[in-house]
Design a protein around this ligand. Sequence first.
Ligand code: AMP
Ligand code: ZN
Length: 472
Amino acid sequence: MELYNTLTQKKEPLLSHEPGKLRMYTCGPTVYHFAHIGNLRSYLMEDVLEKFLRYSGLEVQRVMNITDVGHLSSDGDTGEDKMLKGAKREHKTVMEIAQFYTDAFFADCEKLHIRKPDTVVPATSCVADFIRMIEVLLEKGYAYLAGGNVYFDTSRLSTYYVFGNQNSEDLAIGVRDSVEEDENKRNKADFVLWFTKSKFDSQELKWESPWGLGYPGWHIECSSISVKYLGEYLDLHCGGIDNAFPHHTNEIAQSESYLGHPWCPHWFHVLHLNDKRGKMSKSKGEFLTVSLLEEKGYDPLVYRMFNLQSHYRKPLLFSFEALDNSAQAYRKLVSRVEALTPGGEPDPQAAKPYRDEFFAALSNDLNTSLGLTALYNVLKSDLSDATKRYLVEDFEQVLDLGLLEAAAKTESGQAQEVSADFARQVEELIAKRSEARKNKDWAQADAIRDELQKMRVVLKDTPDGVTWQVEK
Ligand code: AMP
Ligand code: ZN
């Protein structure tokens, strides 16, 4: 497939180091609070990407870290550890907070049909690996000790500003905005690999290290976990766009200095979900969660639909009006799928041009809204219901909107809603109508149809006889 690469700022073929196998790394959540629907936009689009890669026949191996230590309030090296902040807020231990919000994250993912990656690794389970990587960086001269902390020396790199849109001016602003002056740093862009000293002493989790009791910086976890579980050559790295700098820039610096060769050629970044006030973020305190959407009566899969309707590389503005539109579109899709008669043999030959259309949309930089158009085209085509159903099932491997399940639920829900008496009455009228038609008594047959229509019963003639349902 062709996928935009933030590293080269071009749409490029996504290649894999080992044929047929794709190694994919995702920066996981910082588990000090619930994920907001902005965070989930990133995971949702990464999920569609993963599912599409599998759909196109690749064996995908995907790893995600869970940040349960080291991510400070700013993405630079200042402020309090976010985990500690969460623990204080809730009068719990850091590990209790981590467990609770990790579980909450995956529960949200399940509701949104986001597949759990094959390997999920909490940062705190790999501290020994981080220490080893830092030791190598020190040995190779890419790191230095100052004021008790270990820093990465960015002046040792020939290229640091690797993401094209991060010019040195942006970098200077980024550094000024997020990082208070740390006099231990030799260069402004240097960052901490290991803390033994910081501005706050209440860090709850600390580990022994060659440099004293302390804890790792945020960036080292992704370099180390990725190399440990996916090897020296990564094919695709994902995250929200705010991760591009400094987090991903620093990951590249660490990994390539450690490995001594290029590490990951393709970088996928999802643009932000914004609301009226700008980027949705946890630190702003007030943010929308999946549970909140549910409380307001939205099916989480409507939020999935909302995301699929727009392109991942454009910022997405959230509003309840927009979500209502997606809810309406979703309901319509479900009822169209529900209206498909079960059974029958699909015609793969007739399905092919529609499959090609879907495949072309997704292979072109994951154009999910055109993927949805392909689905609409199927539903309004003159293909047989069996072929339509076959294509819906096929596309759902990627879109995963739960359309077939939702349609089945509405069908059975409706059956339960209709009383036995009502059903008997309808069945009797249908039998009378068939009888009238057999006797070519068209007036009588039409009169019965009208009566059924008044009862909001819709008839459908199928090869297996007449089926009916109550109009919504
Ligand atoms: P965090 O839990 O803060 O480490 O963030 C988890 C993921 O969500 C990262 O990949 C972020 O880049 C991403 N993210 C944060 N805010 C947003 C947003 N408003 N829209 C989309 N993705 C976001
Ligand atoms: Zn990361």
